[in-house]
Write a protein that binds this ligand. Structure first.
Ligand SMILES: *[C@@H]1O[C@H](CO)[C@@H](O)[C@H](O)[C@H]1NC(C)=O
Ligand SMILES: *[C@@H]1O[C@H](CO)[C@@H](O)[C@H](O)[C@H]1NC(C)=O
Ligand SMILES: *[C@@H]1O[C@H](CO)[C@@H](O)[C@H](O)[C@H]1NC(C)=O
Length: 886
């Protein structure tokens, strides 16, 4: 059989079930568009549906056209006949509060039936989001189509938002929305893949007139009945024991199954999709439906595209077991075969199968500090706008009047709020004080009263403040006025708020004071630098022996004037790089040595903190493999950091630039060793240990001799001595390199850097970037895994090396990268172990004597043996349950 469906489109019959007593703990079942307080129990499923009221405040209730509903369509489930449409706003969201709260796993099902509700007979298309990430694009072929899509989603907060986004192809609507709590230990996807599982097919095999939904399915999944003409269906009325594992396929589903009509043939499924990077997970359910006592038990192998997934499966009678792929099946053509492996009587059986597609989730939700603050603000003013879901995401759909900044590595932050002319009353909300990245605040022409609050001056990035047209009392604080006079802040307030002494003229016009720069913050930074400098030079005697190669640079650290900086860069003539904070220029010191000068741009808000962080750190740590710090400038309100110039740029661009002289395997190992030494020093040579937090090939710089140094310490953190981990509210790092465990737990320790380093190592081996961008984005781990599973490493090794390397050395390096990127941080190696491993890779490579050409390309090294952790590359498909002796 073959599936070609993209969406999970059902016939209405699949909806029904003969049940009346659903266990509904934690179920959320919303009949979208039903009139207020019209709760009812669906007679077929026994499930109680509620109206939208508590979950959404926008949209309009509508009914389908008569021809599609009762009495013309008596079989239609009641919940389908009405729906909620969203003619207003690009984004409308339902807020669901799963019973398991934060980190709970939930099945969420959205159902859509158009039924010509608007009389236009025009099928709309729109997008469905879970939080800030795309879940499904909803499309219809006929007005009578029932489109059902199910996703398995983790709640990262106490709530989950399901958003309908208008993409300009008609008004979005929804018929039914349901949430079912799942056992956290099932339907997991491997680390390294950030995404959610969307149901592709869920089939109850061997029973063609089944109903689809069952009371004893504690997760209320919909199982489509299916049988093939080539199969015999089996059915038993004996109850099946489904208690063996967390998947709990219902008894009715397990009581049916199919075997091939001709026992020598296999049971087969295939499906095709257009994207070759598509990832699927399958879950297969087996139970023998024939009394034990016959002379042969069933025994069979399950394979995917001829690769064996599970060998010698032998289901027990009346006892359900679940087999699942613990690795994603990647590709656009998929064929599952179940083939007998034992004697003639060992005919295979299959009772049910679930196929899930991975929907990649790469966007981050808004930083929680800002989410909390803006929710508070919304509550204070009962803001009369469509402020639902995440304030900043999905990217193009931030809240009306709210603007955010988006970076690749960190969660979006709110930088602008414009609620001009929005009927706001009461005092200026204190929650604004927490929006610490705010640059623009426009609350003009409302009815705000009370004093102008002092906390506004704490918003250090504020560049535009408009409070005109309110009835505010009191005066704008002196510090805001100063910032305004200095040109740092464009300030607009009513005239009565401008006097800072009793003697001002009462007839002053409303004025907007334009301006410039904060002297205060600059002074503070300067002071800080001095204190650190002092502190460090006192500690100099204790430090500095950490690495025999470490060059003492302390005495060279010096402060430059802005004029000196301008002079050394020839008036900022040659820009050699650009970061989030500003531009990097090429410079030359008086002694002739070249330097790189990183200048903080006045407009960079985030950069300031990172800049400061980096300056502090560089003053403190010195190592041959860390960016060498020459000095800094803090003069004229301009800040600059001066480093040793690294002639060969960063590793990322070096690898990707195919015009440069290709790096040999030996050079790559040396670069890896350099970078590992730098990190090892941060982790184990510094007290407290320092976590870099943004290890990536773009932050590894190469000097003229290709010696590698770690750079960019803007996000680095020292960990307190007394503990090994620390929880950080905001997760930062770069996609592709970000440790998935840290992203989930926010529990930071040095193993997060180890994970990122493992990715860099894979880049060095393969020449591919961490995220490979074709039509779809593939993570480098995803890219290499299928090759490694087949023992084929020559296909992934960077072809620029032309096969010229010692294979064992490369294998060992791959093993190291695997050991760095293990899912559980506790199972990852330390940087010291990585360093030792890399050094022995280099030894192997150097020991092979004269370079020999090895054929590459088609050569396959099947099943190359590894010294340790061989399970890492085996297919790693897990057998659930199936205890012996039953
Ligand atoms: C969840 O599944 C696990 C493993 O299958 C099982 O041990 C556990 O009892 C289940 N929890 C619940 C609440 O059903
Ligand atoms: C069963 O299948 C095998 C292999 O495809 C074939 O040789 C055999 O003739 C088939 N038997 C029947 C009864 O169709
Ligand atoms: C805020 O919105 C109003 C009305 O849309 C507009 O006139 C004003 O310029 C906006 N303010 C800012 C700072 O963009």
């Amino acid at each position: 059989m073959a599936f070609f469906l993209h969406l999970f489109v059902f016939s209405v019959a699949a909806w029904f079930a003969h049940v009346h007593a659903q266990l509904q703990t934690g179920f959320i079942s919303i009949d979208c568009g039903s009139p207020e307080d019209m709760n009812f129990v669906d007679l077929e499923t026994g499930i109680s549906y509620t109206s939208d009221g508590p979950f959404i405040s926008t949209g309009e209730n509508r009914n389908m056209s008569l021809e599609y509903r009762y009495p013309n369509n008596p079989m239609l489930p009641r919940a389908f006949s009405d729906l909620r449409t969203f003619p207003q706003g690009n984004k409308n969201c339902y807020t669901l509060r799963p019973i398991g709260g934060k980190t709970s796993l939930n099945l969420i099902r959205a159902t859509f039936m158009y039924g010509n509700y608007d009389g236009e007979n025009k099928l709309p298309e729109f997008d469905l989001y879970l939080g800030v990430n795309l879940w499904e694009s909803v499309k219809f072929v006929n007005a009578s189509d029932v489109v059902i899509t199910e996703i398995i989603g983790v709640a990262f907060e106490d709530t989950l938002s399901v958003c309908l986004v208008n993409i300009g192809q008609g008004v979005p609507f929804i018929s039914v929305l349901e949430l079912r709590p799942l056992n956290r230990s099932i339907y997991n996807i491997e680390p390294g893949i950030s995404g959610s599982l969307v149901v592709f097919q869920r089939l109850d095999i061997g029973y063609t007139n089944g109903t689809g939904r069952y009371a004893d399915d504690m997760y209320d999944r919909i199982w489509s009945p299916y049988n093939s003409p080539a199969w015999d269906s089996l059915h038993t009325s004996v109850d099946i024991d489904i208690s063996g594992n967390g998947y709990r396929a219902p008894n009715e589903v397990m009581q049916t199954g199919a075997t091939p009509k001709n026992g020598t043939e296999s049971l087969e499924f295939s499906w095709n999709v257009s994207d070759p990077k598509s990832k699927f997970y399958i879950y297969m359910y087996f139970a023998d439906l024939v009394m034990p006592g016959r002379n042969q038990t069933r025994q069979f192998n399950v394979s995917w595209n001829k690769v064996q997934l599970f060998g010698n499966v032998s289901p027990h009678a009346y006892y359900a077991s679940t087999f699942y792929s613990s690795r994603a099946l990647v590709g656009n053509e998929h064929k599952i075969s179940i083939q007998r492996s034992g004697s003639e009587n060992a005919v295979p059986i299959l009772n049910a199968i679930e196929i899930y597609r991975v929907q990649e989730f790469t966007d981050l939700a808004t930083i929680s500090r800002d989410v909390d603050a803006i929710h508070n603000f919304r509550t204070t003013y009962k803001v009369n706008r469509n402020w639902v879901g995440d304030p900043c995401g999905p990217k193009k759909y931030s809240w009306e009047g709210v603007l955010c900044n988006y970076t690749n590595s960190s969660p979006p932050q709110i930088i602008s709020i414009n609620l001009s002319t929005s009927d706001l009353t009461g005092q200026v909300a204190a929650s604004l004080a927490n929006l610490s990245s705010l640059e623009t605040l426009d609350l003009s022409n409302n009815s705000l009263t009370g004093p102008i609050p002092d906390f506004l001056e704490k918003l250090s990035f504020l560049k535009f403040l408009n409070l005109r047209g309110n009835q505010l009392s009191g005066y704008v604080s002196r510090s805001l006025l100063e910032r305004s006079k200095a040109g740092l802040l464009i300030l607009s307030v009513d005239s009565q708020n401008l006097c800072d002494s009793g003697s001002c003229q009462s007839k002053k016009k409303k004025i907007a004071v334009p301006i410039i720069v904060s002297v205060l913050t600059s002074l503070i930074l300067l002071l800080l630098l001095f204190i650190i400098l002092r502190y460090r030079s006192k500690r100099k005697t204790i430090k500095g022996n950490s690495n025999e190669e470490g060059r003492a640079l302390e005495s060279n650290n010096r402060q430059f004037t802005y004029a000196e900086v301008a002079n050394m860069t020839n008036n900022f003539q040659t820009a050699i790089g650009k970061g989030g904070f500003g531009t990097v220029y090429l410079g030359r010191l008086k002694n002739g040595s070249q330097v790189a000068v990183k200048l903080l741009s006045a407009s960079s808000s985030q950069g300031y903190k990172e800049f400061q962080n980096e300056a502090e750190l560089l003053m403190r740590v010195h190592h041959r493999n860390l960016a060498s710090f020459v000095g800094y400038s803090h003069d004229n309100n301009k800040m600059a950091l001066v480093y040793e110039y690294m002639a060969n740029g960063n590793l990322k661009s070096y690898i990707s630039d195919r015009n440069l002289h290709p790096l040999s395997w030996e050079m790559r190992l040396k670069i890896a060793i350099d970078a590992a030494q730098g990190l090892e020093y941060l982790h184990h040579g510094c007290r407290p240990a320092i976590i870099h937090r943004d290890v990536k090939s773009a932050n590894i710089l190469l000097n003229e001799n290709l010696v590698a140094k770690i750079a960019d310490f803007g996000l680095s953190k020292g960990l307190p001595d007394d503990q090994t981990t620390h929880i950080f509210a905001e997760v930062t790092g770069t996609p592709g390199y970000l440790d998935p465990e840290y992203r989930e737990s926010r529990n930071l320790n040095e193993k997060s850097d180890v994970y990122s380093f493992g990715i860099v190592l894979l880049e060095l081996i393969t020449g591919q970037p961490a995220i490979i961008k074709t039509t779809y984005h593939t993570h480098i781990i995803q890219y290499v895994t299928p090759y490694l599973e087949h023992g084929d490493i020559t296909s992934i090794v960077d072809e620029q090396m032309e096969g010229d390397f010692n294979l064992d050395s490369v294998w060992k390096a791959i093993e190291l990268s695997v050991a760095c990127t293990r899912a559980k941080s506790t199972q990852r190696v330390t940087m010291s172990e990585v360093l030792t491993g890399l050094k022995s890779c280099l030894e192997m490579e150097l020991a092979r004597g004269p370079k020999n050409q090895v054929n590459h390309g088609s050569q396959k090294m099947v099943g190359l043996r590894m010294d340790h952790s061989p399970e890492v590359f085996s297919m790693d498909f897990d057998l659930m349950t199936a205890p012996s002796g039953r």
